[in-house]
Design a protein around this ligand. Structure first.
Ligand code: SF4
Ligand code: SF4
Length: 116
């Protein structure tokens, strides 16, 4: 019997096919998505109000998102959903994104880049 040591290779970074999109102006802060997200990705904003006067939902830990789409299914106002990464990137680049729309994954990247 020979024992061969397996090579140690780092895990490739996990890339999600889809990105989370939140229409904050459409959110009525019912917290359903916050309560039912299995990975505790979502939370309500504390210092922000939308036009309806609610503290809209945001992502507190976007890295934990597993693209399960549960938030999209449960939201009664269609204010949160997942979009194919390429489609989201094209829309952001073209500036065809509705006011109050946030894509937390990219915001995080922008914030990191600004910090450097
Ligand atoms: S897709 Fe799933 S894991 Fe990601 S925010 Fe929505 S409910 Fe949470
Ligand atoms: S995104 Fe939808 S489910 Fe989540 S708090 Fe807002 S209205 Fe409720």
């Amino acid at each position: 019997m020979t024992t061969v040591r397996k090579p140690i290779t780092p895990k490739p970074p996990r890339t999600r096919e889809k990105v989370l999109v939140i229409l904050q102006e459409q959110c009525k802060a019912c917290s359903l998505c916050v309560e039912f997200c299995p990975k505790h990705v979502l939370c309500l904003t504390e210092d922000k109000y939308n036009r309806k006067g609610y503290h809209p939902v945001t992502a507190c830990d976007i890295d934990a998102c597993v693209n399960c789409e549960f938030c999209e299914l449960i939201c009664p106002d269609m204010a949160i959903f997942l979009v194919d990464r390429k489609v989201a990137e094209a829309a952001l680049e073209a500036g065809t994104v509705e006011e109050g729309t946030i894509v937390p994954e990219y915001q995080k990247k922008d914030e990191k880049e600004e910090a450097h």
